[in-house]
Design a binder for this molecule. Structure first.
Ligand code: HEM
Length: 509
């Protein structure tokens, strides 16, 4: 009886919300039809829905691009969402100030010290002046702390050496590399941001990695009810409570590191937390997101954003590349020949950033791998603040905009045989690496990935360092997992993971 009554109240609330809520923009680009409340979901073909796990977004967006063209729309529940599948239009659109904020994501904004209006702290999901200030400061500091400084490069090389030594204990037997590479990438970031190196078997490091992984997974709990009635969702959904617990665990890890810095302020320290605390000291205007307690909240969420943005993205990119090499052993042979020629064969002299300028083939492999894998397949949603024209396309105020990066990276008009893994497409006539503006795994425009430079350098150092020491082989009894675009169903969320696989490592010297 009470359940029925509760359901009736819920139903009435949904109808009332829909009846009184905004009807939505009228001039949307082409797209599937929709019905009230649940939007276009009933018109999404069955093959793009995965039982219990929502929509297979990369596959669905591919289908939309083919059926409705380079700029189209779909109603994801009550949210009109424009999908851009053309490289040139995307570059223009994301350059616009009118499209550089994020949609409001209630009730999840509460995890990030959000205000009543749904705006929130940090980098990834903040908007307006708060986002501009935090982004500008973080970019400046990452440049100062990052690989531009020789000492930081040697610390990362040390980290890669530790990973290689750990892997040496497991030579000649099938292993799953994913968790170990992730541990090492997070440890490198921890060193840059927190100024502390942990050993790879330290339980704290394992807890940090697991907690970041959990937060990433919990980012996928959004549901129709959360979009329609955030407060009801918050009250009745056990998934909201679970996501909150995971986020709190991550916040508490960051807060512990911040408190340790506060307890022993040391001017010889130059890690990210230290420079951020110095910045907080200089702000007393209450409206500033760096001021006082608000500043400490911002620091906590900025750290989480940097760890979430910079850990699984980088390690997943490395794991995709190794899988491509298992499928294409001749590419690995060419990489080894180039490494032997440019770097040599000494453990004490691994590939560094100077070698990068001469490793044309390695750079081509990285570009091809970034294109094929597109680990952040549809970017992060942008929000249109004002009606905007981009060329012939109209973007109405209030819509969300998604970048169809996987489609752009497989667009037959841009790439010959897009399904093929072929690094040679990035080599010019004289064999030199030629970058393409159409490879955009970090997105483009005002909000492109702020860790791009760090990610590119880390990716190069990790990959070339591991390939310098080892040859990767497919275990004799393993059928290689299918890597054709969106073949598997694991990729419904924010990141595109490779199917799981084992690899055998053989020492090279
Ligand atoms: C292979 C590695 C990486 C890939 C493919 C990647 C990709 C992306 C993409 C597609 C976006 C969304 C951009 C948009 O909204 O249009 C993004 C945002 C972001 N990334 Fe990355 N990323 C990587 C590594 C990193 C690293 C190493 C860091 C930091 C240490 C980082 C931090 C961030 C942050 C903070 C944002 C939000 C930027 C904003 O909203 O202004 N990412 N990334």
């Amino acid at each position: 009886m009470w359940v029925l009554l509760a359901l009736l109240v819920l139903f009435c609330a949904v109808i009332a919300r829909f009846a009184t809520g905004p009807k939505g923009p009228t001039r949307l680009p082409p797209g599937p039809p929709r019905v009230p409340i649940i939007g276009s979901i009933p018109f999404v073909p069955r093959e793009f829905r995965i039982k219990g796990r929502g929509l297979h977004t990369p596959k669905l967006f591919h289908y939309l691009a083919r059926k409705y063209g380079p700029v189209c729309h779909i109603w994801l529940g009550p949210v009109p969402t424009i999908v851009i599948s053309d490289a040139k239009i995307l570059r223009e659109a994301f350059k616009s100030n009118n499209m550089s904020s994020r949609p409001i994501m209630k009730p999840f904004h509460e995890f990030r010290y959000g205000s009543q209006d749904g705006t929130q702290r940090g980098l990834v999901l903040s908007s307006g002046k708060e986002w501009e200030d935090q982004r500008k400061f973080t970019i400046k500091q990452l440049k100062g702390l990052g690989l531009a400084r020789k000492s930081m490069e040697s610390m990362i090389l040390y980290e890669i050496g530790q990973l290689a030594d750990l892997l040496t204990e497991e030579l000649d037997e099938p292993i799953d590399l994913c968790f170990k590479t992730n541990l090492s990438v997070v440890n490198a970031l921890w060193m840059i941001l927190v100024g502390e190196r942990l050993s790879l078997d330290d339980q704290r490091l394992i807890r940090i990695v697991q907690s970041i992984e959990n937060v990433l997974k919990s980012a996928q709990v959004a549901s129709l009810l959360a979009l329609l009635l955030p407060n009801v969702f918050k009250m009745i959904s056990p998934r909201f409570e679970r996501a909150k617990v995971m986020f709190e665990e991550c916040k508490s890890l960051m807060r512990t590191a911040i408190n340790a810095h506060i307890a022993s302020r040391d001017d010889n320290n130059s890690d990210f937390i230290h420079v951020y605390l110095n910045e907080i000291d200089q702000h007393d205007l209450e409206s500033s997101s760096f001021c006082g307690e608000k500043g400490l909240q911002s620091l906590e969420i900025v750290l989480i954003d940097l760890f979430i943005g910079g850990s699984e993205t980088t390690s997943t990119s490395i794991n995709w590349t190794i899988l491509y090499l298992l499928h294409n052993p001749e590419v690995q042979d060419k990489i080894h020949a180039e490494l032997d020629r440019v770097v040599g064969r000494s453990r004490d002299d691994p590939p560094n950033l100077c070698h990068n300028l001469e490793l044309d083939y390695m750079n081509a492999v990285i570009a091809e791998s970034m294109r094929k894998s597109t680990v952040v397949s549809s970017g992060v949603p942008h929000h249109v603040d004002e009606d905007t024209w981009i060329g012939d396309y109209f973007f109405p105020r209030g819509t969300s905009v998604m970048a169809n990066l996987t489609y752009i990276h497989h667009d037959p008009q841009l790439w010959e045989n897009p399904e093929e893994f072929n690094p040679d497409r990035f080599l010019g006539p004289s064999g030199h690496f030629v970058a393409s503006p159409n490879v955009m795994p970090f997105s483009v425009g005002k909000r492109f990935c702020l860790g791009k430079e760090l990610a590119e350098q880390e990716f190069y150092l990790f990959l070339s360092g591991l390939l310098h020491r080892f040859r990767f082989e497919n275990p004799p009894d393993q059928d290689l997992p299918n890597i054709s675009f969106c073949h598997d169903d694991v990729n419904t969320g924010f990141l595109r993971y490779p199917p799981s696989y084992n690899v055998i490592l053989r020492p090279r010297f």
